[in-house]
Design a protein. Structure first.
Length: 249
């Protein structure tokens, strides 16, 4: 009995040490995973400065996540999240489906470059669509989707969009997006794959960005038209006054 207790004691110590080692390196493991599988999803570079995650409390943060641009675009990146906080259920970390209670992203920065129908963001979405199509029917290990996810609440707020359109004669200021709030992603028994989750979130960002920028361009176009009409009207009035002056002479 004494030997059994000693063995159990040793195993307990080993388990605690292993848990500590995994916990202290979990942020680096997640960072490596993002940078390994992110480019497969987006077809662009994906980098992250750091990830901190506490397996005991389930709280964490991601800093400096940057989604690069597809080839041929000149802005430094497509999306920069800056920082994001998350809370997950620690008891699901070792299960097939990890439950993330909430993700909050504040003040991200987005660059849209090209035209309203053909731009860097839509190219990334096309890459995500292509990945999702290839993800179906493929072994989970080959797509990085062995772990399934559930995200109960996702909130992105304060997003600023820098606009670089190829439309001659139109320049737009920075556009602020309305909040993007998604809930109950992957709540079913099968969860959601990292690729599908990425597509869902970036798809919503792209949709809101195109809508906001289109509205802004429309307002600018209307303003330009109104200004041209006003200038034309003033020119006609001026010419009429000059004509009247010479008639009096």
């Amino acid at each position: 009995m004494k030997k059994i207790l000693i063995v159990l004691g040793v195993l307990l110590v080993v388990a605690v040490v292993a848990l500590f080692l995994v916990g202290s390196n979990l942020g680096r493991i997640v960072k490596a995973g993002i940078e390994q599988f992110g480019p497969k999803f987006t077809g662009t570079s994906v980098t992250v400065e750091s990830v901190s995650l506490s397996p005991s409390s389930g709280s964490g943060a991601i800093h400096g996540l940057v989604v690069g641009n597809p080839a041929g675009y000149t802005t430094p990146y497509a999306i920069r999240l800056g920082s994001a906080s998350l809370a997950l259920d620690p008891s699901t970390l070792l299960k097939d489906k990890v439950v993330i209670k909430s993700i909050q992203v504040t003040d991200p920065e987005i660059n849209i470059e090209g035209g309203l129908t053909d731009n860097n963001l839509k190219k990334i979405m096309a890459n995500l669509d292509s990945f999702s199509a290839g993800e179906k029917g493929q072994p989970a290990e080959s797509t990085g989707a062995k772990k399934k996810l559930e995200v109960d609440d996702f909130l992105l707020s304060g997003a600023k969009v820098n606009v670089k359109l190829s439309m001659v004669g139109l320049s737009t200021p920075t556009v602020t997006l309305p909040d993007i709030h998604l809930t109950n992603l992957g709540t079913g028994p099968d969860g959601i794959t990292p690729g599908a989750l990425t597509k869902e979130i970036i798809g919503e960002i792209v949709s809101k960005t195109i809508t906001a920028v289109t509205a802004q361009v429309g307002n600018l176009g209307k303003g330009a038209t109104d200004a041209a009409k006003k200038a034309g009207s003033e020119a006609v009035d001026g010419a009429k006054k000059i004509g009247d002056f010479f008639k009096k002479k």
